[in-house]
Design a protein around this ligand. Sequence first.
Ligand code: CP
Length: 308
Amino acid sequence: MGLCAKDLLDMGQLSPEEIELILQTGKEMKTIIKRDIKKVPTLRGKTMVTLFYEPSTRTRTSFELAGKYMSADVVNISTSASSVVKGESIKDTGMTLQMMGMDLVVIRHNMAGAPHLLAKNLKARVINGGDGFHEHPTQALLDMMTIKDKLGGFAGLKVAIIGDILHSRVARSNLSGLIKMGAQVWICGPPTLIPPGLEKLGAKVTYSMEEALRGAQVVMMLRIQLERQKAGMFPTLREYSRIFGLNSQNLKLADKDCLVMHPGPINRGLELSGEVADCSQSLINEQVTNGVSVRMALLYLMLGQKGE
Ligand code: CP
């Protein structure tokens, strides 16, 4: 069994069976990255490109390593050093790369829908590495792999996603994936940073940290985007941190073994205290490792199957 669509653009396109397949394959891939020699020939002769119009440490590097561990040829394009700065369009850049033999491109762009535009115009496969405030599906998949690894599944879990939901593609992708798999997702943050209509997607919305945290088995903290304060969406960073920050005191409201997650990069001491970021319940480092595993799984399922 493989994935149905040519591209991975958002979590909405994946069936529960496809999500399970990706997570199971990611688990198998994890055994490769734990080996001394991290190399298998699965994608020999395949070429992938990372095309990032926005900064990234985790997503870009983990895709590069995932490709290299499976022997694909990997090309990284930094748009600031490419013909993009001369005004080349996304479509023309994509077509140029395809004509050089590219089989798959991972794109990150500040414009929602940029990966969809590329996917529509290319035969090569496209993975969304984060588009504007829209979606970041591979982050949700690695988060889900991390939860499944620790708790065995999703049905009935209380997952609290806390922070700047309005501008978070991570929140949107996780909400879609977790609800589809049967979790109960609570969304929490200041009213100015929560978009309307999330209840219609199946989320429970609260502005109270106490309500979000009480009995939660998983807490996902989101990075507070510092420029939002300048935009007047909350009064001060100190006040934000006091009301919506996770620390060892309010973490006690959650389930005793509650998993603490954060997609990174973290603002230590703002949305998350350093003590909680480094505590035994924190899975932040494991999320990073699972990021490589889940991206290996996707590359395998999209490029490594017979007939590809
Ligand atoms: N979580 C995440 O997408 O991190 P990067 O921006 O470093 O890729």
